[in-house]
Write a protein that binds this ligand. Structure first.
Ligand code: NAD
Length: 368
């Protein structure tokens, strides 16, 4: 199969990371029945430098045409003093909005070889494979009215937590479909004991569950969910939540894995009925790490795992995604590490050498 992918190299360590993606992609294109046509565009600081705008129209147009978009990260001190409206982050928020990306997928995967890096006991996190589905474009971060005003002689600040049935339905469908591809267990997180909007959330999720009878649905209040995540995270497979709860709990879940350089993410939007294509953007959770940019020190694994998510969820290239993830696991098991995930006995390698090691593992796995 052939796919069109837009690469957004962004700032800082971004271009170095994408070189490793290209390396891995070349290998897969050579060995598997797969062809990826790459295009590139500017976003973030580099786009400010080249176009005076963190999200040029040409980037938006290319992103909308592509089968999927692979972003690295944006930002850096160089652009700390540009106008607020054209700061690098505006490029990131802008592209999510332009592509209508309402579903954020945040996996928390603990590779056995890294289980010691977690702040939790090894036996609690070893083998953890959790997927958090966060609603990304609604809820309290976007609800109206919102503001700060003076009432009865003092300032009050307020925001509105609002979800419509259709917003809950579409994110619930994303979560149930993902649960179907995984262990068929979905936990929906709400606060239905206190918030009216969350009574509606629970009602709609329960209604949508009838369309997915194979998925075992449970509900948890957010306070209990946060406790359970650190008490016994392996009880969960797929979790569904609104924007604010997802913002907080996905970061909690990230830390269960112990390493920022290992975390991928995906953001998905609507499926175009005429092409059957779902808008999708994949990116690592970490930032542009300007402190190590250009030094061959960055860990490329979160970027490679984001690429793997793209293969799995946008292109259904499950064999290639499995191969890449297994190769990463084997590389880590051999204690080949970039500095950020190293221990005293590691073979410490740079960005390029880590990419080479993963390709070597893929080759060995295919030759077995
Ligand atoms: P950061 O994630 O870039 O870096 C935090 C620390 O983690 C740094 O010490 C860095 O060297 C290290 N690190 C990050 N990724 C790494 C990797 N792949 N391999 C090895 N080490 C890695 O966060 P920050 O320092 O707070 O932000 C730097 C810039 O990135 C800022 O301009 C910020 O706005 C931006 N940022 C962008 C995104 C994004 O594009 N999604 C996310 C977070 C931060």
């Amino acid at each position: 199969m052939s796919y069109n992918v837009l690469l957004l190299p962004g700032d800082g360590i971004g271009p170095e990371l994408l070189s490793q993606v290209k390396k891995v992609s070349n290998f897969l294109e050579d060995k598997m029945d797969l062809k990826i046509n790459y295009d590139e565009a500017d976003i973030g600081g580099v786009a400010i430098d080249n176009h005076g705008n963190p999200l040029p129209q040409a980037t938006i147009d290319k992103a909308k045409k592509a089968d999927a978009v692979l972003l690295t990260a944006i930002g850096g001190d160089k652009w700390a003093n540009v106008d607020f409206d054209i700061r690098p982050e505006a490029g990131l928020l802008g592209i999510r909005k332009e592509m209508g990306l309402y579903a954020n997928l945040r996996p928390a995967l603990v590779f056995d070889a890294l289980a010691d890096s977690s702040s939790l006991k090894k036996e609690l996190v070893s083998g953890l494979d959790l997927m958090i589905v966060r609603e990304l474009t609604g809820g309290i971060y976007f609800g109206s009215p919102a503001g700060i005003e003076t009432r009865n002689g003092e300032k009050v600040g307020f925001n509105t937590l609002i979800y419509s049935e259709s917003e809950i339905e579409r994110i619930a469908h994303v979560a149930f479909k993902l649960a179907m591809q995984r262990d068929k267990k979905l936990c929906s997180v709400d606060k239905a004991n206190v918030l009216n909007v969350m009574v509606l959330w629970r009602e709609v999720v329960t209604r949508i569950s009838k369309e997915y009878p194979q998925v075992e649905l449970s509900h948890l209040y957010v306070d209990n969910a946060s406790m359970q995540l650190v008490r016994n995270p392996k009880q969960f497979d797929t979790m569904l939540m609104g924007n604010m709860f997802g913002d907080i709990l996905s970061d909690t879940a990230s830390m269960l894995t112990g390493s920022l350089g290992m975390l991928p993410s995906a953001s998905l939007g609507d499926t175009n009925p005429s092409t059957g294509k779902q808008s999708a953007l994949y990116e690592p959770v970490h930032g542009s790490a300007p402190d190590i940019a250009g030094q061959n020190k960055a860990n490329p694994l979160a970027q490679l795992l984001s690429f793997s998510m793209m293969l799995r969820y946008s292109f259904n290239e499950v064999k290639s995604a499995d191969l890449l993830e297994k190769a990463i696991q084997n590389t880590l098991s051999k204690n080949i590490r970039t500095t950020d995930i190293s221990n005293p006995t590691s073979v410490i390698v740079g960005t390029q050498e880590m990419g080479d090691a993963v390709v070597k593992e893929m080759s060995e796995l295919l030759n077995k």
